[in-house]
Write a protein that binds this ligand. Structure first.
Ligand SMILES: [Zn+2]
Length: 300
């Protein structure tokens, strides 16, 4: 594809504002963020946002790599992928991950918000060898194929920066990318204001009636921090991975690694838009205070 087509994406004021804001938040040259966006996504294309074929010009790819936003893909087999994920988990700890999440509520920074979801997913994951699942070619414990995959770290990083991972949360390739990137960042401390937002988020959930459904859960957070409906859902899904929203009778990553085959599916169609396990939450489940104490020492 000619160079000018690549640079015809994301040219609207709205797209450029978003790119400039992301660049300022993470402290990189806006051109690098623009390249990352143009490679995968076109905000201005109302029919098809996703770019079908990755066609980043070499010089632009080199620029975004130098800024730390794009990367050469890596190839990892099952055992290497597990080792790579666990290495990243060990490089972080609960206070650093938690502080980044709490600070993100005030700053709106989605890449650092994402890390809690990734870390919580693999909190109890153990090193293991590939064991073939009875019903698929994947590993019975984690779902990854024996030969693994080529991981497009740049694509994973795009989703991390734009949506805090959203539907890729918990995918081990995403988890590894997210936590390895997190390890490169300077630690952040949440302000009193950020901690207060967290308190109000939790208090709003505690106050919901037993009859509350997922839509009520999302509405309860409206106005507590600057966010779209989709961003609030991702925050709530992260609280689900962390075991704070814990549907009764369902397994939780807070207690043990949950193999893909044990991740419950909600009965109602509309709940399928939510990720496991928050998809099974109702007001009766309230908040798991043990998990709140584990993750959020800031509000003790
Ligand atoms: Zn496995």
């Amino acid at each position: 594809m000619p160079h000018h087509d690549f640079w015809s994406r994301n040219v609207s004021k709205k797209a450029q504002r978003e790119i400039a804001a992301t660049a300022a938040a993470i402290g990189v040259d806006p051109r690098a963020v623009n390249i990352l966006y143009n490679t995968f996504f076109d905000e201005d294309d109302k029919l098809l946002n996703w770019v079908e074929d990755r066609d980043v010009p070499d010089a632009d790819f080199a620029f975004a790599k130098a800024e730390g936003l794009m990367f050469d893909p890596i190839r990892l087999d099952h055992d290497e992928l597990i080792a790579w994920v666990l290495e990243a988990r060990e490089s972080a700890d609960v206070p650093a991950i938690s502080n980044a999440f709490v600070a993100s509520l005030g700053s709106g920074r989605l890449d650092t918000r994402s890390a809690l979801g990734s870390y919580a997913h693999v909190l109890r994951l153990k090193r293991h060898r590939f064991v073939k699942d009875k019903n698929s070619d994947g590993c019975a414990r984690c779902g990854i194929g024996k030969a693994g995959n080529t991981i497009d770290l740049s694509a994973r990083n795009f989703r991390r920066l734009k949506w805090a991972g959203n539907v890729e949360q918990g995918d081990l390739e995403y988890v590894g990318t997210d936590l390895h990137q997190f390890a490169k960042l300077a630690p952040v401390s949440p302000s009193d204001g950020d901690i207060d937002i967290l308190r109000r988020v939790l208090e709003s959930i505690r106050k919901l009636p037993k009859s509350a459904q997922l839509s009520d859960l999302n509405k309860a957070l409206t106005g507590l921090f600057k966010s779209t409906k989709q961003e609030r859902q991702v925050v709530l899904e992260i609280l689900g991975y962390a075991g704070i929203l814990k549907p009764k009778g369902w397994p939780s990553f807070f207690d043990a690694w949950v193999p893909p085959s044990e991740r419950e599916e909600p009965g109602h169609f509309y709940k399928k838009e939510w990720q496991f396990p928050s998809s099974g939450w109702t007001g009766k489940d309230g908040i798991n205070e043990d998990a709140v104490s584990f993750w959020f020492q800031q509000i003790e």
